[in-house]
Write a protein that binds this ligand. Structure first.
Ligand SMILES: [Zn+2]
Ligand SMILES: [Zn+2]
Length: 144
């Protein structure tokens, strides 16, 4: 299952890069793999620390720019509203977030009712909705 998921996501990576004329370099591949492996909505810095284990000479700037490019072409999403450094999410399928206000952990959860949540007409009329996500803030079990 996990192996299949990886193949699907690597295909997505290749397709998106091709679509946007982005060269598939070993560095970009590793950065995407690390993003995809991290289920904890990593910051660019967290990805940089992992990528550096594979490419000791890679700079934070390169990693940061790459992750932002991935966000621009829709390979990852920027997790909104957590303050501090940007956090990234390689799961672009519909899901929702629990955010701990103490440790800043972002935990995924799924809920069919939230997925099918209706956008009010007055919003639809003036705003093109691309994505909707519920973010519940609180204190996680570890911090309580
Ligand atoms: Zn916490
Ligand atoms: Zn998420």
């Amino acid at each position: 299952m996990a192996i299949k998921d990886n193949n699907v996501s690597m295909n997505l990576f290749r397709d998106k890069c091709k679509e946007h004329n982005l060269r598939i370099t070993p560095q970009r591949t590793v950065i995407y793999k690390e993003l995809h492996k991290s289920k904890d909505h990593p910051s660019a810095d967290a990805i940089f620390r992992k990528a550096r284990k594979v490419f000791p000479n890679i700079s934070f700037d390169t990693v940061n720019r790459t992750v932002l490019t991935f966000a621009k072409i829709g390979l990852v999403n920027v997790v909104e509203g957590c303050g501090g450094p940007k956090r990234f999410d390689s799961d672009t399928e519909s899901h929702h977030h629990l955010r701990c206000i103490k440790c800043n952990r972002i935990i995924d959860f799924h809920n069919k009712d939230y997925d099918s949540m209706e956008i009010p007409d007055e919003i639809k009329n003036k705003f093109t909705v691309l994505r909707k996500r519920v973010c519940i803030e609180g204190v996680c079990s570890k911090c309580r």
